[in-house]
Each structure stands twice: as structure tokens, then as C-alpha cells.
Design a protein around this ligand. Structure first.
Ligand code: MSP
Length: 546
């Protein structure tokens, strides 16, 4: 099994989590689950970035120590991620010893190699973002933070610097040749454009002033200086797997984040790794932003979608419906996406209530009614298959495993999940075309000229539909693990995962699981229990939850 390592940014603990943090972590969760399904040996990491100055400020405002404040919010992140049913293999906090000690050791190595050196610095410091901005950017934004609009501070200090300038040629080559894939493509061109303008040394430390809180990692060679939080935070991706048991996961297959922090991940971090003699990530993926009901989310508008609102959606429509909406309608590509209630209901009804939910109910009801709840035997040639491939469930299901694997590798979550929707649609069309309801009615009334042939036709139709839906459910699982595990319990496909734990490992890789009529396929005579609709229809005229 080839290893697969996916990471999210580690989130600041100055505040509570919101939809944006959940979104990125959800995409990583779906990527992790897709790769586990394919049969890769997955490690999925998320966590919190705790040594920022704004944590000290927030803690003071709330009359607690930075550590207490960090504990409180790290707990909020953990709880939010449990609620979202994320399958992360670890949760790192940068205040943990395992992170701090290894991060210090890497920094010492960079000092030893001459990649970090002492120098003077004067520049515009963006307090809210914990970073220096260049004179050009500062001027362009009227000396205010390009992100938050708060005034920039002029800072002058003796700092340690990372010699990013040494790596311009190497970075241009790696990114240009897709050795480090920067996705989406639009982002890659932006990054390359900026590299070509020239790279400067990056400040990596600050001198500790009297009265400063003791918060952060000190320069190992010079404890008067504190390591700039970004430089230490990036190290988390390596510190967590830098053990004999976990080394096999290095380098990361995907570092995932939003575009705000792409530069750190696509440029500074790979250069640091090169200087350390470590391999660079294979893919750096920067998605766009979620906005709320058409407006950018901001503190001043007070329109952040908070965890409580997400809980209200999950309470009303199920957690998996929320996951589905976020992953299929979210800003995974280069464009922002809107979290809007009306759109939620539309997608929910189309894909879930009237889609997979309705199709599985229809098919299990007919199997219950006409075949005593047992999977009927397909008979070769009993059904005239439609010439249009999109109406033919069996043809639609062929090669799904290969196509799904390709999409998963390219972080095209939506496209991968759309393969399942196509299967569900093919089942609907096939039912509309072959009309098993009418056939059954005709037989009930004794009007069918050849009852044995009629029964073979009905049984074959239902078998084809059920087997296609079983395969669709596998592909839907990474987005909706609980609902699909529920379906597998009803359909007696429980051997796919442990019924008491919908997050347990699969018994075989997708290519075997998705084999039509194969060892893991529906077996003739297997019991299929009908149950309540997996997704109740939603009414858009009701008020939005939360
Ligand atoms: N601590 C740094 C990251 C260090 S990684 C070594 C940081 N933290 S953050 O808490 O500000 O998280 C930023 C990330 O949160 C974004 O890159 C993105 O993944 C996620 N999002 C925050 N707001 C978002 C939206 N409105 N929409 C989508 N994702 C968003 O930066």
C-alpha cells in the first residue's frame, strides 16, 4: 500500500473555529477517505497553531494566561472536528513538546548550514496577520493590512533571516515543471510570477523585549530571539511524522489551505525543506473562500458562519447532508462559493432526497414487494438494455474505480463524487425506461404473456439497479460515511466496514469492491431491508436553521 499524507493548515487559537476551518478540514477528510477507499496507507493531519502574538493579546483581554486561552480554543477546534466526523490520524498543537523540540532542531540545522543568518531589518509589520508586507504592498493599501485593514506598524529590528533568495531558481524550476504541483493552475501562475520578480531574505525571528510574555519557541542558538511563528508553525507537517514509525509518510502528498497562505506553503516551506535536505511536498492546493449569503464573512459584519449554525443544519438535515453541501458546493477551485440557505435546500433535494435517497428507497421497496426482500438473480438477455449509455447502470459503473482514483489524485473531489451521481441518475433513467412498476402490475393482473420471462425481466432490472446503487454508495462514502454505513446495514453489505464504526477500514481496495457482481457485490438471495428514507425532502419555505 503506497502511503498518502494530507495536511490542513494548523489553525490559530486566538478565536473559535468557523465554517472556513471546517471546510478546509472537510476537504482533507474527504481526500483522506477517498484514498483509504482506494487502498492507500493514509495519514491525515490537522491541528492548531498556538504561538501567535494575537493569542497573547486575546488571553490578556480575557484575563487568562496564553496557555489557558490556547487550551480553551484548541478544545473548541477538537470538538468541532469531532462533530464534523473528521477522520484525522493526529491533531497537533504547536505547544506540544514533540513539535517544539523538533522545530528547534530544524532551525538549528538551518543556522548551521548558513541558510539562517543574522541581519538588520526594517519593514511594515501586519499585526493581525503576523507578517511583514513589502513597501509596495504597504503603499498600495495605504499602509493598512491588505487582509484586515488595520494600520501597519513600522518595525526595525535585528533579526535572523532565512536565505529564501538562494532558492529562487530552484523554486521556479520545481513549480514550473510541476515537480511541486501548485493547484489550481491560476494560483501556480501567480506564484511563478511573484518568484520571477525576485525573492528576498525572510525574517525568521524577533528579539524578545522586556515584559514580553514567554510564549513561543526561542532561537536555539540565541535565546534572546524568538522564532517567528510562521516559520515554526510550518515545521508541524514534518515534526509530527519525523519518527521511525511515521517517516514513511514523508513527503506530504498534499498540503491543503486557502489562497491567503499559499505563499508560505508553496514557496517558503519548500525552500526550507530543500535547505534541510528534505523532500518537498508533491502538491500544494489553495482553494478560494466561502462567503455567506453573498457577502464576504468578516468580524465587522458579524456574519461568520459559526459552528452552532452548522450544528443546526446537521440537526435538521443530518451531518452528512451538511458535509455533502460543503464539499460539492464549496470553493475548492479558484472561485469563492456562497453558503446560502436556498441553495442548500436545492442541492439537498436534488442530490440527496430525490437522488440517492429516493433511488435506494424505490429499489429496496420493489425488491421487498416483488422478491420478498431478497436480491433477485439477474438473467442474461432478460432485459433489453438501452442504447444510451447514460441510461445503462452497468455501463455507467464500468471503470468507475479508475476514474475515481484519477480525480482523487488531482483533488477533484466534486468530480469524483459526481461519478456516483451519474450512477444514481442512470438508475433513475433506467427505471423510467424499463418501467418495472408497470411490468409488475401487468403480472399481478395475470396479463403478462410469458410470466416466467416477465419475472426474469423484473428481477434483472432490480438487480442491475441495486448493484449500481451499491457501487454508487462506495463512491459517496468519503463525503457521507454515516449515511452510507446505514445503507450498508440495511442492505447487508456490512462486511464493507465494521457496523459499529463507520470509520473503520475497508476489507478490500475500491477496484475490488466496485467490481460489478464480484466477490463483494450483492449476492443473489441477500436480504435487502427497506427502511425510512435516508434523506427526508426539505421545504425551502421553512426558515433557515440556526
Ligand atoms: N495558523 C495559520 C496557518 C499556519 S499553517 C502552517 C493560519 N491560521 S488560520 O486560523 O487563519 O486559518 C487560515 C485557513 O483557514 C485558511 O487557509 C483556510 O484553510 C481556512 N479558512 C479561513 N477562512 C476561510 C473561508 N472563509 N473560506 C474557506 N476557508 C477559510 O492562517
Amino acid at each position: 500500500m503506497t502511503p498518502y499524507y494530507v495536511t490542513t493548515p494548523i489553525y490559530y487559537v486566538n478565536d473559535r473555529p468557523h465554517i472556513g476551518h471546517c471546510y478546509t478540514t472537510l476537504i482533507a477528510d474527504v481526500a483522506a477517505r477517498m484514498h483509504r477507499l482506494i487502498g492507500r496507507d493514509v495519514f491525515f493531519l490537522t491541528g492548531t497553531d498556538e504561538h501567535a502574538e494575537k493569542v497573547v493579546v486575546k488571553a490578556a483581554e480575557n484575563g487568562v494566561s496564553p496557555m489557558e486561552w490556547a487550551d480553551r480554543n484548541a478544545g473548541e477546534f477538537r470538538r468541532a472536528f469531532e462533530f464534523m466526523n473528521f477522520s484525522n490520524d493526529d491533531f497537533v498543537r504547536t505547544t506540544e513538546e514533540r513539535h517544539k523540540s523538533r522545530a528547534s532542531a530544524y532551525i538549528q540545522r538551518l543556522v548551521d548550514s548558513g541558510d539562517i543568518e543574522l541581519g538588520d531589518y526594517e519593514g511594515w509589520w501586519d499585526v493581525s496577520q503576523e507578517e511583514y508586507v513589502t513597501e509596495t504592498v504597504a503603499k498600495e493599501h495605504d499602509y493598512k493590512s491588505p487582509v484586515t485593514g488595520r494600520p501597519l506598524e513600522k518595525r526595525r529590528e535585528q533579526n535572523y533571516f532565512f536565505r529564501l533568495d538562494r532558492y529562487a531558481g530552484w523554486l521556479e524550476d520545481q513549480i514550473g515543471s510541476d515537480t511541486i504541483r501548485v493547484l489550481p493552475e491560476a494560483r501556480k501562475n501567480e506564484v511563478l510570477g511573484r518568484i520571477r520578480l525576485g525573492l528576498q531574505k525572510v525574517p525568521v525571528s524577533r528579539r524578545i523585549k522586556p515584559g514580553d510574555a514567554d510564549w513561543g519557541v526561542r532561537m536555539p542558538n540565541d535565546p534572546e530571539h524568538r522564532v517567528y511563528v510562521w516559520i515554526e508553525a510550518l515545521c508541524n507537517y514534518l515534526t509530527v511524522v519525523d519518527t521511525p514509525e511515521r517517516r514513511r509518510w514523508w513527503p506530504a502528498d498534499v498540503h491543503l489551505m486557502a489562497k491567503d497562505i499559499l505563499w508560505f506553503h508553496a514557496v517558503i516551506w519548500p525552500a526550507m525543506l530543500k535547505a534541510l535536505g528534505e523532500k518537498a511536498p508533491r502538491t500544494v492546493y489553495a482553494h478560494a473562500y466561502f462567503i455567506s449569503e453573498g457577502r464576504k464573512m468578516s468580524k465587522s459584519l458579524g456574519n461568520f458562519i459559526e459552528i452552532d449554525q452548522l450544528r443546526a443544519y446537521a440537526g435538521k438535515y443530518s451531518l452528512d447532508a451538511l458535509r455533502w453541501f460543503l464539499v460539492t458546493q464549496g470553493p475548492l477551485g479558484a472561485n469563492d462559493a456562497d453558503f446560502a440557505y436556498q441553495r442548500f435546500v436545492e442541492v439537498y433535494n436534488a442530490d440527496l432526497a430525490n437522488g440517492i435517497g429516493n433511488a435506494t428507497s424505490r429499489v429496496s421497496n420493489m425488491i421487498a414487494k416483488y422478491f420478498d426482500g431478497k436480491v433477485p438473480a439477474p438473467v442474461e438477455g432478460a432485459v433489453a438494455m438501452p442504447s444510451d449509455a447514460s441510461m445503462d447502470p452497468k455501463r455507467t459503473a464500468s471503470n468507475v474505480s479508475e476514474t475515481f482514483t484519477k480525480y482523487a489524485g488531482a483533488m477533484q473531489m466534486g468530480e469524483g463524487l459526481a461519478l456516483a451521481i451519474q450512477l444514481v441518475t442512470s438508475v433513475d433513467r433506467f427505471i423510467n425506461e424499463t418501467r418495472p412498476f408497470s411490468l409488475a402490475k401487468q403480472m399481478d393482473k395475470g396479463e403478462h404473456p410469458d410470466p416466467a420471462r416477465g419475472r426474469a425481466e423484473l428481477g434483472t432490472t432490480l438487480y442491475l439497479c441495486a448493484e449500481a446503487l451499491r457501487i454508487a454508495s462506495l463512491l459517496l462514502y468519503p463525503a457521507m460515511p454515516e449515511k452510507m454505513a446505514e445503507l450498508w446495514t440495511r442492505w447487508n453489505c456490512r462486511h464493507l466496514v465494521d457496523p459499529s464504526d463507520c470509520n473503520s477500514a475497508f476489507v478490500a481496495p475500491l477496484v475490488e469492491l466496485a467490481e460489478w457482481g464480484g466477490k463483494h457485490g450483492l449476492q443473489v438471495g441477500q436480504e435487502v431491508v427497506k427502511g425510512d428514507a435516508l434523506f427526508m425532502r426539505a421545504d425551502a419555505s421553512e426558515p433557515a436553521p440556526g
